[in-house]
Design a protein around this ligand. Structure first.
Ligand code: PRP
Ligand code: URA
Length: 216
């Protein structure tokens, strides 16, 4: 299987790598305890981090190897890893390992259980975030991600410089982001079937934040 754009969702790129699919299967399993859940989220961050950073621009800068001078490609400009709290923290760990030079921001939102609307409780971002890698394992209704993208745009990040990484996406959330923020590409491990009556992803993996932090 190769990575692909999902049919009908031009804003979504699915990563079909066998390691991603295997780790995602273990993560979904309801018997996987928080300690393994945490470890898997980090590992999936490492693997999917490769995909979400695939098209970051490079600039050549002079260096000297032990043998010769050269113009070597380096990442250009500032990059900020932005976790959507809480569950984004687990996935962002892997991204941080890949890019220890990146700055980090946090956007705290929880979904109101009745209205399913995102409730913002915390925002901390660098003054000038540059490009933003927005991280949250779950894209359900899309409300939380759409809100976080609004926050980034209000802080001066152009939509064209935002990329969204998740593990499991519902069609409803992908469509919502396509409508609200068509310029923001989504990288995901899986596109699931639908949302249930509580707006949980089916088959999904349950409540990612609760499973990560053992607050079930
Ligand atoms: C989960 C998840 C996303 C959001 C997705 O967070 O991590 O942020 O729900 O749902 P949506 O696409 O319908 O907005 P939750 O609200 O459970 O908060 P938590 O991470 O603090 O548990
Ligand atoms: N948030 C989660 O953590 N899981 C879902 O399935 C939906 C929202």
């Amino acid at each position: 299987m190769s990575d692909s754009a999902a049919e009908g969702f031009p804003n979504l790129r699915l990563v079909a790598h066998p390691l991603v699919q295997h780790k995602l299967a273990v993560l979904r399993d309801k018997t996987t305890p928080p300690i393994a859940f945490r470890q898997l989220l980090r590992e999936l961050g490492l693997l999917l981090g490769y995909e979400i950073t695939r098209d970051l621009p490079l600039e050549r800068r002079p260096i000297e190897t032990p043998i010769a001078e050269m113009q070597a490609p380096h990442l250009a400009g500032e990059i900020t890893i932005v976790s959507i709290l809480r569950a984004g923290l687990g996935l962002a760990e892997g991204i941080r390992e890949l890019m220890p030079m990146a700055r980090e921001g946090h956007i705290g939102v929880f979904r109101d259980p009745k209205s399913k609307q995102p409730q913002e409780y915390y925002v901390k971002l660098p003054e000038d975030p540059g490009r933003a890698l927005l991280i949250d394992p779950m894209l359900a209704t899309g409300g939380s991600a759409a809100h976080a993208i609004d926050v980034l745009i209000a802080r001066g990040v152009p939509a064209s410089e935002i990329r969204f990484l998740c593990l499991v996406a519902a069609p409803e959330g992908v469509s919502r982001l396509a409508e609200a923020h068509p310029e923001v590409p989504i990288v995901a491990g899986a596109l699931d079937s639908h949302l249930d009556s509580h707006a949980y992803i089916v088959p999904g993996l349950g409540d990612a934040g609760d499973r990560l932090f053992g607050t079930l």
